[in-house]
Design a protein around this ligand. Sequence first.
Ligand code: MF3
Ligand code: CO
Length: 250
Amino acid sequence: MIRVKTPKEIDLMRAAGEITAAARSLAGKMVSPGVTTLEIDKAVHDYIVSRGAYPTFLGYGGYPASVCISINDVVIHGIPDSRVIQEGDIVSIDVGATKDGYVGDCAATFAAGKISQEAERLIRVTEESFWEGMKYARAGYRVSDIGHAVQQYVEANGFSVVRDYVGHGVGSKMHEDPEVPNFGRPGHGPRLVKGMTIAVEPMVCAGDWAIKVLSDGWTVKTVDGSLAAHYENSIVITDSEPVILTRTGG
Ligand code: MF3
Ligand code: CO
């Protein structure tokens, strides 16, 4: 069941979203050669708590950390550890914060030092594909119109979109209805209505989209070892442009 939010709930989600976006940006600034992923996790955890919020991922389904940090061929759900970030790595940061009962969820991929042109293009196309999807994220369109636009853009640029994981409704829980795939035919799925809050999150592979989950039960990698990037914001549907909830500075 899709739960449409009241204006008061959307205010609370904007507050949670702002903390989440600030945490993403703090983590992104820390991404550089020589830093461990655990150091980033700790900084983000402390920041979120200092804002009077809770790191949503911590303990979610048994997840052991506050942030997902996914390097190079890791697509999503990389668990922070003693791994040292290297020059040329691409590092996806996915973070959630719960404040006053509402969740913000967002992600982005950052470069460690100088990265290859192909990696740079992958990061750029992934973020741009989110904004392509946003052209259809308004009342009157259907959920699959978003994913269709994302997929078209990604594939036109020679990359592929992950099929096994999708975006989702977001609200008082991190995962609510509906599912928001980053692929598919247009004109399917629930109709978008004003006040719906969803997390749109293209996961893009430089090569094939086949993925595998490692034995830790979390880490998702590309099968072919190709690089992957991720970009996500929580948004609210309106009658015109969508409002990005996970943004800094209000
Ligand atoms: N952004 C991810 C999602 O939408 C984060 C979930 S990771 C978990 O599902 F650790 F919290 F499960
Ligand atoms: Co999400």
